[in-house]
Design a protein around this ligand. Structure first.
Ligand SMILES: Cc1ncc(COP(=O)(O)O)c(C=O)c1O
Length: 405
């Protein structure tokens, strides 16, 4: 893999930040965009624009074909059985809300339980929380171990006869723990419980095969996959999309509308109400091509080597405390520095052109459990190098010096 060539495809790296080269270590938040994605959005708006799925004129038919082509590309990318199992949403947050809302409406009753983990992003907690008031359900949390991992034993211990859904992250956006999702799915199914995977951090970094994992739902955030903002994907098994009610009502998702009643459209239209993020979907096709050209196996290998290198470098730095120590770890390095608030760390690193994130990373439950209010987080993408991690370490030392003065 030639990282120089890959980096050249991202125009953002031509810019200086505070007169320094940009070291972008915030890809778990959102990834940078290759030129082809930006160009595709521009070309679509300037040469090909039309709304999709409505008119029969030339531009409308061509745009609809492009839109549906991305659906098929995504189906292949994650090896879903059927293109109609791919629903476009405005983000992973909306994908999880869609499931919580429709599954809750149809299948949950007072006293039922949902099993989450202590690692969950607020996007995979708050949508279920609404059902506590609305339906009188209970939420349980599988506990992390001392390394910031979720084991199959922890999930098994937390399942009760009332568990009606398991909703867990694929890869923690704080500790980097990769959960054994295939084993957890098999355990869930052995007890007749459906499972939703929050794949926001899994999809940009790991090879995905929906038929092999066999999960019921998998939520994806396209802006973390070198794609446009305002777009997500919900993968859902066809049987669920057929069984669940629509999430939102409006144009495009109906078959027949009468004063007396309404019938809904076929899949996946039933879940795509109103004008969709057309340009984003079409441009996301370029992100999938970009990922395919490099090869997800190569990305996994590159990022895994970088993560190990980053861990080594930061462990040697006595001031740094890494958060979590999972055996199977994705490309997230969260840390604290004694006596320095995470926001101060991020501000000082920014002066050196090093972009990281600071805060609770939308995981307050996890931070409470760890007894921390905030952590600093460096997260990797395909364009990062060992030099970026050396620069991170150098900048951390600089930060220490400023505070020790
Ligand atoms: C683990 C996890 N889940 C959910 C989300 C929300 O994704 P989106 O921005 O697509 O709504 C994020 C984004 O930070 C995330 O990291």
């Amino acid at each position: 893999m030639n990282i120089d060539n890959i980096k050249k495809q991202f125009p953002i790296f031509n810019n200086k930040v505070h007169n320094n080269d940009l070291v972008y270590l915030d890809s778990a938040n959102s990834s940078q965009k290759p030129q082809v994605v930006a160009d595709r959005i521009y070309d679509f708006y300037t040469k090909e624009f039309s709304n999709v799925g409505r008119s029969v004129h030339y531009l409308a038919v061509a745009a609809t074909n492009l839109y549906e082509n991305t659906r098929s590309m995504m189906q292949k990318y994650i090896n879903a059985k059927d293109p109609n199992e791919i629903v476009f949403t405005k983000g992973a947050t909306e994908a999880i809300n869609l499931v919580a809302n429709t599954f809750g409406q149809k299948f949950l009753e007072e006293g039922d339980e949902i099993l989450l983990t202590e690692l969950e992003h607020h996007s995979n907690y708050v949508p279920w929380h609404y059902l506590r008031k609305l339906k009188g359900i209970k939420i349980n949390f599988a506990e992390i171990n001392n390394d910031g991992e979720i084991t199959i034993e922890s999930i098994e211990k937390s399942i009760t006869p009332k568990t009606k859904m398991i909703a867990i992250t694929h890869l923690s956006n704080v500790t980097g723990a990769i959960l054994p999702i295939k084993e957890i799915t098999s355990l869930a199914h052995s007890k007749n419980i459906p499972i939703l995977i929050d794949g926001c951090q899994g999809a940009p970094h790991l090879k995905l095969d929906m038929q092999d994992i066999d999960c019921d739902f998998y939520a994806i955030s396209c802006h973390k996959m070198y794609g446009p903002t305002g777009l997500g994907v919900l993968y859902a098994k066809k049987k669920w999309l057929e069984a669940l009610p629509p999430y939102q009502g409006g144009g495009g998702m109906i078959r027949e509308v009468k004063k007396e009643g309404i019938s809904f459209g076929d899949l996946p239209n039933k879940y795509e109400a109103g004008t969709m993020a057309t340009a984003q979907v079409i441009a996301f096709g370029e992100s999938i091509k970009f990922l395919n050209q490099i090869g997800i196996e190569n990305i996994e290998k590159h990022e895994s080597e970088l993560t190990k290198y980053g861990e080594e470098v930061l462990r040697k730095n006595n001031s740094v405390k890494l958060v979590g120590n999972p055996k199977n770890k994705g490309s997230v390095l969260s840390f604290t520095l004694d006596g320095i608030h995470a926001h101060d760390i991020a501000t000082i690193l920014d002066e050196d052109g090093v972009a990281i994130r600071a805060g609770h990373h939308c995981c307050q439950i996890l931070h409470d459990k760890l007894g921390l209010t905030a952590t600093a987080r460096a997260s990797l993408g395909v364009y990062n190098t060992k030099e970026d991690l050396d620069k991170l370490n150098e900048s951390i030392n600089n930060c220490k010096k400023i505070f020790d003065r």
